[in-house]
Design a protein around this ligand. Structure first.
Ligand SMILES: Cc1ncc(COP(=O)(O)O)c(C=O)c1O
Length: 411
């Protein structure tokens, strides 16, 4: 019997509406929306100062470019690597942890990923089930929350705003009816620049171990600190998932190389998920990335530029924006207070871009409830841009104060 006959010849089935998943309703990453808008203006010939994304304006270390060329010359047909990545890079990372933190992760526990962004997806999928709750210091990096939502996890905001000295408080979680299944932290933090002290980090690790809460520690801004140091969670617990990447300190955003240091109980799960999700990170880039770890002088010079840029913003921006700003001890962001001028960060950012050509990210990207009075300025760019941004922002808030733009922007 033919298929049509089996389905009941003559009876027609109603056409279904094409499906789009519910998870596609997840919110956009506003910083990237601003980047697109600002990029279009730049392309149209407008003179735009870009402070909207955390992307170093410096090139990848010189030695990585020559390593990439020779990797391609020596083996023109680089195929996939194993899912956890080439052993040379994993071994170099193990050495890096020994050099920087005096801790020795085994190469079996190191997984190379496609940027740290896919590492989050792997961590969330490996450690949690649909409906699980993960505490998320807020304000925080929006992709954590958006991705969790997309995966059916519940991101539970953990206050880390001005009333908490911009730091997550264990006492708040203790006061919740039920403990979360996970806690995701980032130190230094994006957007606040907060760096947890060794004792704060140790306390968080101990608390998670005691309570059975899986800790995920995003350490992507390690190396970018101003007058303090950032410790790895690996030194305080064997149960955390540690995530990092070549994107920030190493100035290699577009290379899409990140990594995870995994606790033993998640190694096999993450390997299977990585095999099925992306097979492997780009192999030539993995090989070339090894060279970056020996480029300390070049990389430290970038850090000095960020420190200089930070100083220019801290001293050159309107005083009201700095007084209520987050600490900015690490990473390359200033989470600046605009409450003196506006309580609508999206309108403020739109108007600043339209009128003065300065692209910044509205605070609601990082904190949907309380981010209306903040904007994030990235100082990962060129030093001359920081001077120019200060000049233009003074002009902008001067106009706001004299009510010219207030009318135009409808504040
Ligand atoms: C806190 C944080 N984690 C992760 C990422 C993503 O980085 P990657 O390029 O490694 O995917 C970013 C990018 O801005 C970030 O700010």
């Amino acid at each position: 019997m033919g298929m049509l006959a089996q389905m009941g010849e003559g009876r027609s089935q109603a056409k279904k509406a094409l499906k789009v998943s519910k998870r596609s309703a997840l919110p956009p990453f506003l910083a990237l929306d601003v980047m697109r808008k600002a990029g279009e203006l730049s392309q149209a010939g407008e003179d735009i100062v870009h402070l909207e994304v955390g992307q170093p304006s410096s090139a990848a270390p010189k030695a990585t470019s020559s390593a990439l060329i020779s990797a391609l010359e020596q083996t023109p047909t680089h195929g996939y690597s194993v899912a956890f990545g080439v052993m040379g890079l994993r071994a170099r990372l193990a050495q890096h942890y020994s050099d920087w933190y005096d801790v020795q992760p085994h190469t079996d526990n190191i997984a190379i990923t496609v940027g740290s962004s896919t590492a989050f997806a792997l961590a969330f999928m490996a450690a949690f089930d649909e409906g699980d709750k993960i505490a998320l210091p807020t304000p925080g990096y929006p992709a954590y929350r958006n991705l969790m939502e997309g995966l059916g996890l519940e991101a539970v905001p953990l206050s880390a705003g001005p009333n908490q000295g911009w730091r997550p408080m264990l006492a708040e979680m203790e006061s919740w009816e039920a403990l979360p299944d996970g806690l995701m932290i980032a130190s230094p933090s994006n957007p606040t620049g907060v760096v947890l002290s060794d004792s704060e980090l140790a306390e968080i690790c101990r608390w998670c171990d005691k309570k059975g809460v899986r800790l995920i520690s995003d350490e992507i801004y390690h190396g970018l600190v101003y007058g303090c140091r950032a410790e790895t969670a690996l030194n305080y617990t064997k149960n955390a998932i540690v995530i990092n990447s070549m994107s920030k300190y190493f100035s290699m955003t577009g290379w899409r190389i990140g990594w995870m240091i995994l606790p033993d109980d998640l190694v096999s799960a993450v390997e299977k998920l990585a095999q099925n999700l992306f097979i492997s990170a780009p192999t030539p880039n993995q090989i070339a990335a090894i060279a970056a770890f020996d480029c300390t002088d070049e990389l430290e010079a970038h850090c000095q530029r960020y420190a200089q840029n930070r100083e220019i913003l801290m001293t050159g921006l309107p005083r009201q924006m700095i007084e209520g700003a987050a600490p900015c001890d690490g990473a390359f962001y200033l989470y600046a207070d605009i409450s003196h001028f506006s309580d609508d960060a999206v309108k403020f950012a739109d108007s600043l871009l339209a009128r003065e050509g300065v692209a910044v990210t509205p605070g609601v990207d990082f904190d949907p409830d309380n981010g209306h009075q903040y904007v994030r300025l990235s100082f990962s760019g060129r030093t001359q841009d920081m001077h120019e941004a200060c000049k233009r922002i003074h002009q902008f808030v001067g106009d706001l104060s004299s009510n010219v733009a207030v009318k135009l922007a409808g504040f």
